[in-house]
Design a protein around this ligand. Structure first.
Ligand SMILES: [Zn+2]
Length: 232
């Protein structure tokens, strides 16, 4: 068995690639009468037995303490924000500024740090699983000590494409290194909302087409961009 990349204990737990509550919200109950299929890149669709299926999880790279108790508040924070964006009426649209106060009425800054740390956990699992040459220890320190990774940004995107809208998906990590400059990007999609997760050793604020959100911006809103525009 491997060791938990967050705390170093034995890794007896596997994180869901897509949050179970996001899958339930999109697809409802999953059983023999209501099957769910998964597809990796261009492979054939594969039937998923249920929400707890190993096929919806990363390999075991966390201990159950880290995957559950330690990061539960981060999971809950994303659950709150994603539920809000998915069910809001009128429907969310490109260019919209979403006020965060109604989503996190019990503490906006803590709530959004939780969202950042939720995606940091998934990012760490992706790094380990795909052997991406990024320092998972820095990710672990952020989760252990409740602070934001200085180089990881989130972009919140509206999905317009009707086919993509029907999916819950997580992309591969695109890793680029040019001399001192390092960047890594991946995407999390649940129906009409996608989150682009970007690690960049430096960012050029004027060159990008989508907003990069970071917990230290202390904004009380996020701006929604359109899926398909370049994040970096
Ligand atoms: Zn652990």
């Amino acid at each position: 068995m491997k060791n938990c990349w967050i705390c170093g204990d034995l890794a007896d737990s596997a994180e869901h690639m897509i949050k179970a509550s996001n899958i339930k919200a999109m697809f409802g109950k999953i059983d023999n009468g209501h099957p769910l299929f998964r597809r990796i890149d261009d492979e054939k669709h594969e039937r998923i037995a249920g929400i707890k299926s190993e096929k919806l999880k990363f390999e075991k790279s966390l201990c159950s303490g880290c995957n559950n108790a330690r990061t539960q508040k981060h999971d809950k924070a994303w659950e709150k924000l994603s539920n809000y964006l998915l069910v809001r009426s009128p429907k969310i649209d490109v260019g919209e500024r979403i006020r965060l106060r109604p989503v996190f009425n019990d503490g906006l800054r803590k709530g959004m740090l939780g969202v950042h740390l939720y995606f940091l956990k998934l990012f760490g699992c992706l790094i380990i699983e795909n052997e991406i040459p990024l320092d998972s220890q820095e990710f672990a320190n952020c989760i252990l000590n409740d602070y934001a990774h200085p180089n990881v940004y989130l972009s919140f995107l509206v999905v317009k494409n009707q086919n993509i809208k029907k999916q819950a998906a997580i992309s591969q990590v695109t890793y680029i290194q040019k001399g001192e400059f390092v960047s890594a990007q991946w995407m999390y999609i649940v129906g009409s909302i996608a989150v682009n997760v970007t690690l960049a050793s430096s960012v050029r604020p004027n060159k990008r087409e989508v907003h990069l959100w970071h917990p230290t911006s202390f904004d009380k809103h996020i701006v929604l961009d359109q899926l398909g525009k370049r994040a970096y």
